[in-house]
Design a protein. Structure first.
Length: 281
């Protein structure tokens, strides 16, 4: 397995990142990636994974994009890997197989196991978010769900292993007792319970998760992009360090932000009682 960062060439434009199983749209400074296999509850296919990874790269390569929203079409988020299509070879095309041969870690990067975008990623969940869907969710930064959404890691029920990172990440994101229950029982978790144990941050009326996610994205987009990206990087970096080392790393990453033109613009705008105009400088 590789590390969390891999060099790759991003598509020239974010809209180039889509495939027949993934739609890519832009709302202001937010890139919206929509899993688009509603007939299969957006179960993961190789074309979808290729599109996802290209989407992450495209967002990071475009300085005009300040946040990413990941959602699903047709009232579901993601029901995991499409085991039927995988068994029958029906989820691949030669172009996508060639991408996987060239980069055997591509599917892990797409699922945010081996890759972490610089820009904040907000999940907007409706309906099923289970197995691989819950694994991708753990790679997102902020999570919103409709009240009828369902979460869970079903792999053990099928004699499988949740190899998308859940045995490592889930106990770091929610209390261990809840993580182990989810991992070892394979039972479904309704959205209110998922919020209670800390897996998601917001429960909203069904059909409004994307609206809420875009609202959060707009708040992020109004902030200084250099500051936002530095804060996100610092949080994840510190999670792997002792407190003393984390605090030292925070200073090393945070002090340069104060020297940017954006920091000066933020202070000026506050004094002048106007919205700041950040230029990523």
């Amino acid at each position: 397995m590789g590390g969390t960062e891999h060099a790759a060439t991003a598509p020239a434009r974010p809209e180039d990142a889509g495939t027949e199983h993934l739609t890519v749209t832009r709302t202001g400074a937010t890139l919206v990636l929509t899993l688009n296999r509603p007939e299969a509850k957006n179960a993961l296919s190789l074309p979808m994974l290729v599109g996802l990874y290209d989407g992450w790269l495209a967002a990071d390569a475009d300085d005009g994009i300040r946040s990413i929203v990941l959602t699903g079409a047709g009232g579901s988020f993601c029901a995991g890997m499409d085991l039927k299509a995988l068994a029958g070879g029906g989820m691949t095309g030669e172009e996508h197989r060639e991408r996987l041969r060239a980069d055997p870690d591509l599917h892990w990067k797409a699922m945010l196991r081996h890759h972490r975008p610089r820009k904040p990623v907000i999940a907007a969940v409706e309906g099923h978010c289970v197995a691989g869907g819950t694994e991708i969710l753990q790679g997102t930064d902020i999570r919103v769900a409709g009240e009828g959404a369902t979460f869970g890691l079903y792999e053990v029920r099928r004699g499988l292993f949740p190899i998308g990172g859940s045995t490592v990440r889930l106990p770091r994101q929610i209390p261990r007792t809840h993580a182990l229950e989810m991992l070892l029982t394979g039972r479904p978790y309704p959205a209110p319970e998922a919020a209670r144990i800390g897996l998601i941050g917001h429960v909203v009326p069904d059909g409004t998760a994307l609206e809420k996610a875009l609202e959060i994205a707009e708040r992020i987009n109004a902030c200084g992009p250099l500051a936002v990206e530095a804060v996100k990087a610092s949080v994840y970096e510190a999670a792997e360090l002792t407190e003393a080392d984390g605090l030292a790393a925070e200073l090393a990453r945070g002090w340069p932000v104060f020297d940017t033109a954006d920091a000066k613009e933020g202070s000026r705008a506050f004094a002048e009682k106007r919205p700041p105009v950040f230029r990523r400088a």
